[in-house]
Design a protein around this ligand. Structure first.
Ligand code: 5AD
Ligand code: FES
Length: 351
């Protein structure tokens, strides 16, 4: 057997490869191997989750951010970004509406906005949990102190999403300003896990300066960290960032990596991201068909949707929450999957 087939076979049977082997697999992938891994990934996901695709309602609570990540449309240097912050009432209304639409997980995501102190966030988490005790609350609010993460966990937050962005310190420095560090990012992820959160990491595919080796390092990190969730989507340039002229990541490589990640960590919750739906009209469907099992429709008020623009041409910015819900229902049904509304906790038994 050639090296490629033997590596692919071992990924399927052992769920683990060396960093060099991951790099070889990415570099030398063929349509046949891609198909083989995709089928194995889908089979594995079916064994664990059946035809279920989980939904998480995304509430984009603020686009004010103290950070200046070079790839991101809401970076603080972007003077063209029309800033907003949702009020307590707005956020609670989004959650109430989401609940009525059947959502049982709410993701509060935002820039690192100093307004959202521990007191403010704690109150929000408590109030959502009080109104909707059967729901999971996920936070995606960036890097905070351990004390802060602990307080929010004690207030009832169940999950935290913090993409690692890249598992290579040198690559990390090329994507972020000097004030941010790879070490601190990884430290936050370790603390979140230690505190007891279900944790999501992740990276962009095709971000500027990313090499095949960098992606292999990401895969090795995912293999060892074993996140409960892993958000991966293509990099898409934003016109008001230093990376405006960089090419976007591809559907093909993103889907390939979704299959590989499913095989590395079978129970992982893997979203078919909005970015994937942005680079191709059927991107999210193809993501699910490659091994993803989560979609995250937008519950933010339509009045602010266009303002939470991390990258150009983001989809769903003109649609009401109910439209997104209905749209995704149809899209998932069209490929033989069922959008389920329960909390969709990770199934760890046996893994
Ligand atoms: N293209 C794709 N994804 C992006 N993100 C930020 N900017 C972009 C972009 N230009 C991703 C980052 C971040 C998440 C919220 O969105 O990975 O962690
Ligand atoms: Fe938002 Fe289709 S998911 S319109």
């Amino acid at each position: 057997m050639d090296r490629l087939s033997s590596i692919a076979g071992r990924l399927i049977s052992e769920h683990s490869l060396t960093t060099e082997e991951y790099a070889f697999l990415i570099e030398n992938r063929t349509p046949e191997i891609t198909e083989l891994l995709k089928e194995a990934a889908v089979r594995l996901r079916k064994e664990i989750y059946g035809n279920a695709v989980f939904t998480r309602g995304l509430i984009e609570i603020s686009n004010i951010c103290r950070n200046d990540c070079l790839y991101c449309g809401i970076r603080k240097s972007n003077r063209n970004c029309d800033r907003y912050r949702l009020s307590r009432e707005d956020i609670l209304l989004c959650a109430d509406e989401g609940y009525t639409l059947g959502f049982r997980t709410f993701v509060m995501q935002g820039g690192e906005d100093p307004y959202f102190t521990d007191d403010v966030l704690e109150d929000l988490v408590r109030e959502i949990k009080r109104r909707h005790p059967d729901c999971a609350v996920t936070l995606s609010m960036g890097e905070r102190s351990r004390e802060s993460y602990e307080r929010l966990y004690a207030a009832g937050a169940d999950r935290y999403l913090l993409r690692h962005e890249t598992a290579d310190p040198d690559h990390y420095r090329k994507l972020h300003p000097p004030a941010m560090s790879y070490e601190h990012r990884m430290h936050c992820l370790a603390e979140l896990k230690d505190i007891g959160y279900q944790v999501g990491c992740g990276m962009m595919v095709g971000s500027p300066y990313q090499t095949v080796r960098n992606l292999a390092q990401d895969l090795k990190f995912i293999e060892t960290f074993k996140p409960d969730m892993c958000g991966i989507g293509p990099f898409i340039p934003h016109k008001d960032t230093p990376f405006r002229a960089e090419p976007a990541g591809t559907l093909e490589l993103t889907c390939f990596l979704l299959s590989v990640i499913r095989l590395i960590h079978p129970p992982v919750l893997l979203p078919a991201t909005t970015a994937l739906g942005t680079i191709h009209p059927l991107g999210r469907e193809k993501g699910i068909q490659a091994g993803a099992n989560v979609v995250m429709p937008n519950l933010s008020p339509v009045s602010v949707r266009k303002k939470y623009e991390l990258y150009d041409n983001k989809i769903c910015t003109g649609d009401e929450s109910a439209q997104c819900r209905g749209c995704l229902n149809l899209r998932m049904e069209s490929i033989g999957y069922e959008l389920v509304t329960d909390r969709g906790d990770i199934r760890k038994e046996g893994f």
